[in-house]
Ligand binder design. Structure first.
Ligand code: SF4
Length: 366
């Protein structure tokens, strides 16, 4: 079965056709009409767990970052109507979801195709936060050039919006940012970050950084190290540049950075990011944090894992006689820190799961 990104939502139907009738090829040049498997709405919310959901608020992207293939394969930005999204979140809340993550390639420009007059993303954050039963609202990813004061204000003034901002830096060198066609300078990025930090109490900041973009010099890379240190990230997704066929960057072969140079820079960046992450985590020791419980840790089933509003992973030991199920909220005192997680002690469960829990029935013969 071969299909394109404009008819993702048709995948189940295409699979059925392939199963019954052999090979199927369906590739569209543009999104299929509403109601025919082409719209973001047709994709519906993604729910891997019964208490959290990911809601696509827009598809496509109007930017043209030199390393990215998304605009070519997903087309221009298309936003879903706010009323439809609020209705969908309401339905999710009604089924027990308490945390939603709003998804888009550039959520900050959400709604620009609907109206150019109103900062619709800020309004959407407030509306989704007001949905009864929703305790946490997250979003990803905002483009730094489009981070508006209204969005920062909505984060600061809507208690349900988590104090976590994922703000992709990509590079700290203005020369490389221009080559990447990112539309901001390092100084502008740090100004917007400072505005967010001063408005949103206890804000955690994470980022994406590409190491070894074609033409990146040692000076460029050191600028990235400086911005990363100044930003004081809570964590960072760091990537080694990898050419995507069809992108502008892939055609810059004569400027590719040697692999051993990139590997060395990648390691140096890791050290800078982990240093700031550890410092920020250590500063939380002794604090009491509310976590959304995920259940036994994947790495160590003897401990329970949960996430704070800042999206920090916390491990804590279960307490006999005080069951704490997945989907519940609990207060945990932070007792230890590592670069990628916190450790803590359970204080109390503050809210039980709202979703229905299926209890497996034992079936006996006869
Ligand atoms: S990196 Fe993000 S903003 Fe840039 S083109 Fe790709 S999807 Fe759009």
């Amino acid at each position: 079965m071969v299909f394109g990104t404009h008819n993702l939502a048709r995948a189940p139907e295409l699979l059925r056709l392939a199963a019954s009738g052999g090979p199927v090829v369906e590739i569209l040049d543009a999104p299929a009409p509403e109601g025919d498997g082409g719209s973001a709405a047709a994709l519906g919310a993604v729910r891997e767990l019964p208490y959290v959901a990911w809601v696509t608020i827009q598809t496509g992207c109007d930017n043209s970052c030199a390393f990215c293939i998304v605009p070519q394969v997903r087309g221009p930005e298309v936003s879903r109507p706010p009323d439809e999204l609020v209705g969908e979140v309401g339905a999710l809340a009604g089924s027990g979801v308490t945390e939603v993550t709003l998804l888009g390639q550039n959520v900050n420009s959400y709604g620009r195709d609907i109206t150019r007059r109103r900062p619709l993303f800020a309004e959407l954050l407030r509306s989704v936060g007001a949905v009864e039963g929703i305790r946490r609202v997250r979003f990803t990813s905002p483009h730094p050039k489009d981070l508006r004061p209204e969005t920062i204000a909505a984060m600061a003034e809507t208690p349900e919006v988590c104090p976590h901002l994922h703000l992709p830096l990509q590079s700290g060198s203005d020369r490389i940012l221009t080559a990447m066609r990112r539309g901001y300078t390092a100084e502008r990025y740090l100004e917007r970050l400072a505005a967010a930090r001063s408005a949103v109490r206890d804000l955690a900041v994470t980022t994406d950084i590409i190491v070894g973009f074609p033409g990146e010099t040692e000076d460029d890379f050191e600028a990235t190290l400086e911005v990363a240190a100044a930003a004081g990230y809570d964590s960072a997704y760091t990537f080694i540049f990898s050419p995507r066929p069809g992108t502008r960057a892939a055609a810059l072969e004569d400027r590719f950075v040697p692999a051993e140079v990139v590997a060395d820079r990648f390691e140096r960046l890791r050290v800078v990011v982990e240093r700031s992450a550890l410092a920020r985590h250590e500063a939380r020791v002794g604090r009491v944090e509310e976590v959304l419980v995920e259940g036994p840790s994947k790495r160590d089933p003897a401990v329970v894992a949960g996430r704070t509003g800042q999206n920090k992973l916390v491990h804590f030991a279960p307490v006999p006689g005080r069951p704490v199920g997945a989907g519940s909220y609990a207060l945990v005192e932070v007792t230890g820190a590592a670069p990628h997680h916190l450790r803590g002690d359970l204080i109390e469960v503050t809210a039980a799961p709202r979703h229905k829990v299926r209890i497996p029935l034992a079936v006996t013969a006869g």
